[in-house]
Design a protein around this ligand. Sequence first.
Ligand code: PMP
Length: 285
Amino acid sequence: MSRTFYVNGEFVPEADAKVSVLDRGFLFADAVYEVSTVLDGKLIDNRAHLARLSRSLGELAMATPASDDDIVAAQLKLLELNHVDEGLLYLQVSRGVADRDFGFPKNPVSSLVMFTQKKSVVESPMAERGMRIVAMPDQRWGRRDIKTVQLLAPSLAKQAAVDAGVDDAWMVEEGYVTEGTSNNAYIVTEDNVIQTRNLGTEILSGITRTAVLKFAKAAGYTVREAPFTIAEAQAAKEAFITSASAFVMPVVEVDGTTLGNGKPGPVAKELRRVYIETARERQNL
Ligand code: PMP
């Protein structure tokens, strides 16, 4: 059965899910996006994703395509139409359609498209074995706090990692890890401190990052928000990443160095368990 897509207020089959070649998302990557995870048919932390969407739109002076409540209603209908119990809901807003011009159009009408992808998110072979990471230069633009669809640099880094036979890249700038290609990066130091880069324009403020740091503090861990180097990651007791779709995913190798005994560490395992448990207890948040 073909999937139903949402395109500017309409629920349509894939064959009809189209935007204009003049869409500024297509021509200029003038678009922002969010990915919410679906678990037990419910959206995890969705209101936080929509709040970040609002912020991204504001930073780019892009008009809001619909109210949060209208977006949520459309999201829930899309999940229902596609019978999604576990997977992802992708949402993208672009500045809309206009003749090609670097300056913004006069009266832009933002476009909103959404689609779902079924995917097993809880059961994960990678969560069992842990990820292998390589270091790559961070070649992205300077406003990584805005979730734009300019994803060519991280896509190239991810493909280079896959070509190198590992799972992902941690991007490095001026000697410090910024983040993964589509996730936030963490280490657990010898003194059991959970360390992840502080927020700023260098990284995306992950919705999962916010949730996981809260759980970590509640569980009694010390959290240090500061940049770390690849060498520090290689000397760490363990490491992990977070993202909406990966939850908490252990890292067992950093740029050729095996961490600990090469198996997922206890902190990552505990935080993954708590994150999934908490997500399951909540309703379409
Ligand atoms: N950093 C980058 C660059 C990302 O693309 C993502 C995934 N969207 C994240 C971090 C994690 O963010 P979240 O937890 O909101 O998925």
